[in-house]
Write a protein that binds this ligand. Structure first.
Ligand SMILES: [Zn+2]
Length: 308
């Protein structure tokens, strides 16, 4: 058995995964605010699982940037970590091998081994959540880059935007096509006088979530439609660039916003048109939903040793 840990901004979830990639036990706790407490919780959850079965390794999916050798968390503001030698700290506490990886890569690895991207040597995944994560496989190899920060689709430039990204730049895909991007687009539309009683009420009640915005876009709500079209515009530019860079056969979409399913994929199929492509005769990639849902982060964390 292996242990996978998904270090999220809200929850830390850890699970036991068998050699078929099946999750047999999950434990979780709220993510504390400080680095020391976060590490304590991860050690505690892993030890709980270690009491259930002999463990081969522990993998941790981290929502941030890692060193090229994937042993140190260089930058992870959500988990209060900077230049933290997390692998070593965890190995000393747990007395077993610990592997780190970017959380989007963990989710992508799970899809490549057991889900929507199984047996696809040229594929990509966009994780559409609070931000936008990326995962890229080229000729059967996961692309991690010279410094461990490749395939950050969320921070690729797709066009000028009315607000700056969390990374400090302007024009990142994440500001168009994440939950934060959708919310910002709705607020801007409402401020400019676009009518939407339902969304204006949701803003007042602090209930403007991704599901509501996408459901309202389906209904033709003007502010939601603007937000959705902005999201599709950003993604279509990113996908077009990706096609010219790595020519993927399949692109999977995970994260909360991808639950919109065919509503999202149909709009993308319409937006990524041959006229925008240098080789219009070549088939566009298949757009599919990720299959493993929230479990992908934990299951994929147990595969992170394969990136080393
Ligand atoms: Zn950015």
């Amino acid at each position: 058995m292996k242990i996978g840990i998904d270090l999220g901004g809200t929850n830390i979830a850890a699970g036991l995964v068998n050699r078929h990639g099946e999750l047999t036990e999950v434990v979780s706790e709220k993510t504390p605010e400080t680095q020391g407490k976060i590490i304590e919780v991860m050690v505690h959850l892993a030890k709980k699982l270690m009491a259930c079965a002999p463990i081969g390794l522990v993998g941790i999916g981290v929502p941030g940037v890692l060193s090229a050798d994937a042993k140190t968390v260089i930058h992870c503001p959500n988990a209060d970590m900077m230049n933290t030698p997390l692998a070593q700290i965890m190995e000393e506490a747990l007395k077993t091998s610990v592997y780190l990886g970017n959380d989007a890569n963990a989710a992508g690895l799970a899809e490549s081994h057991y889900g929507a991207l199984k047996d696809e040597p040229n594929a990509a995944m966009f994780t559409l959540g609070t931000g936008v994560g990326g995962y890229l496989v080229v000729s059967g190899k996961v692309v991690t880059g010279a410094h461990g920060c490749a395939a950050e689709f969320g921070h690729t430039y797709v066009g000028p935007r009315h607000y700056d990204c969390g990374c400090g730049l302007n024009g990142c895909l994440e500001t168009f096509s994440s939950l934060r991007g959708l919310q910002a687009s709705v607020l801007k539309a409402l401020n400019e006088g676009v009518e939407s009683k339902v969304l204006a009420q949701a803003v007042k009640e602090n209930k403007l979530d991704g599901k509501l915005i996408l459901d309202r876009a389906k209904e033709g709500d003007p502010a939601a439609v603007i937000a959705f079209e902005t999201m599709i515009f950003g993604l279509s530019i990113a996908i077009r660039n990706l096609m010219h860079l790595t020519d993927p056969a399949v692109i999977a979409f995970g994260g909360g916003l991808a639950r919109a399913g065919d509503f999202l994929f149909d709009a993308l199929r319409e937006a990524v048109v041959p006229e925008q492509l240098a080789y219009p005769d070549i088939a566009t990639p298949k757009f599919v939903g990720a299959q493993l849902g929230n479990d992908a982060g934990i299951i994929g964390a147990t595969l992170l040793d394969r990136l080393v």
